[in-house]
Design a protein around this ligand. Structure first.
Ligand code: NAD
Ligand code: GLY
Length: 368
């Protein structure tokens, strides 16, 4: 049984389907959306081993033709060079404007497929079939697409909405525990931003969800997607409220840039740490009670989320970390923009941040 949510964006509105074993019926779910019964699937070399056959069988059942491009798994695939190769591989299949791209994989596959769809022949449609928790609760929804540059993460990209998101919870059974936990960080984010009730729910159910309870996973994905859909419907191009979804991300992107976007620090892990840094900054500025940070840290300890960069095998340079902030997409006229909080569920966007406080929070976290 699938639950359906709608992202309301006028003529760019689309459904998010969440449920178990959806992949086996993917052809039936997407057939009505296709302008031409021919798709190009983009997936990675890990996901393809588990799920490509399931998807192609489901397409064949509906008489939908397909071609596949299999990229290398990992954040390195979000480079300019890999993207060039991807476009070349897609073009080899002679797509036309009625061709639909299908992203089968995590946030990396989703981001590059969305970006490819936005520039291929000046724009074609694409479908998201997210297979990581992170992609199911966050990256597959909302139309942010892109690749990284040596100057920072996701600095080259576009807003391009998918025509459907198909989140098959059953695919999470093969996801490594570390990846599941990284995705859990983005789930906790929704509670911390503006939903205390959801944070309480996660305090109660998070551990069981991480242990593999599919029904709890589906509930958490639905709540997260509902929250994201509502924010995106209100502020698609991040002129205001959508920036809240970047809670912890300014810190996270700096940490990721310093660790080289690899296995040392996964994106979700960086977000987990970044959210704690944002909470510490808020406390240091007298905005947030310390007890809220303590409560979040208790939940982190209970679920295994990382809370500080000090444990990583990295020699942190505070000046370099600070330098990354000036390249953040949210920086305006040289002014840093941060998402801070008055407490759990009370995040807000501000430019009123003292860089000395940020430096101090970073220094403490890096030697904690
Ligand atoms: P990922 O796509 O690299 O996937 C993580 C790993 O899990 C990869 O090795 C992948 O091959 C493997 N994998 C995926 N699904 C699997 C499955 N079901 N079973 C076994 N292995 C599986 O990483 P991610 O955490 O999904 O996404 C991170 C990316 O998402 C980052 O690049 C980040 O910038 C981006 N992101 C984008 C948005 C957005 O709004 N567009 C939001 C958040 C994050
Ligand atoms: N992940 C942040 C956003 O989609 O806006």
């Amino acid at each position: 049984m699938a639950e359906t949510l709608r992202v309301e964006l006028g003529e760019r509105s689309y459904d998010i389907l969440v449920g178990e074993r959806l992949l086996a019926k993917a052809g039936a779910h997407i057939a009505h959306l296709l302008k031409r019964k021919q798709v190009i699937i983009i997936t990675d070399d890990k996901v393809s081993r588990f799920y490509l056959h399931r998807l192609t069988n489901a397409l064949e059942e509906q008489g939908i033709g397909y071609r596949c491009v299999i990229v290398k798994s990992g954040e390195g695939t979000k480079s300019f060079e890999s993207f060039g190769q991807l476009m070349d591989n897609i073009l080899e299949f002679k797509p036309d404007r009625n061709t639909t791209l299908v992203a089968l994989g995590g946030g990396v596959v989703g981001d590059i497929t969305g970006f490819a769809a936005s520039v291929l022949l000046r724009g074609v449609e694409f479908i998201q079939i997210p297979t990581t928790l992170l992609a199911q609760v966050d990256s597959s929804v909302g139309g942010k697409t892109g690749i990284n540059s040596r100057w920072g993460k996701n600095l080259i990209g576009s807003f391009h909405q998918p025509v459907m998101v198909l989140a098959d919870v059953s695919t999470l059974t093969t996801l490594p525990k570390r990846e599941l936990l990284a995705g859990y960080a983005e789930t906790v984010k929704y509670g911390l931003i503006d939903d205390t009730t959801f944070f309480e729910w996660l305090e109660k159910n998070g551990a069981a969800m991480l242990a593999g309870n599919a029904s709890l996973q589906a509930q958490a994905i639905l709540t997260s997607c509902k929250a994201k859909a509502s924010i995106v419907a209100e502020d698609e191009k991040e002129q205001g409220r959508r920036a809240l979804l970047n809670f912890g991300h300014t810190f996270a992107h700096a940490l990721e840039a310093e660790t080289g976007y690899g296995d040392t620090l996964l994106h979700g892990e960086a977000v987990a740490i970044g959210m704690v840094m944002a909470l510490h900054t808020s406390v240091a500025m007298g905005l947030c009670p310390q007890k809220d940070v303590d409560r979040v840290l208790v939940h982190y300890a209970a679920t295994g989320l990382p809370s500080a960069p000090a444990s990583l095998p990295v020699k942190w340079d505070i000046d370099r970390l600070m330098d990354h902030f000036t390249r953040d997409k949210k920086a305006k006229d040289g002014k840093l923009t941060f998402i801070l909080t008055h407490g759990i569920g009370k995040a807000f966007v501000t430019q009123d941040v003292n860089p000395d406080i940020i430096r101090d929070v970073l220094a403490k976290a890096c030697r904690a």
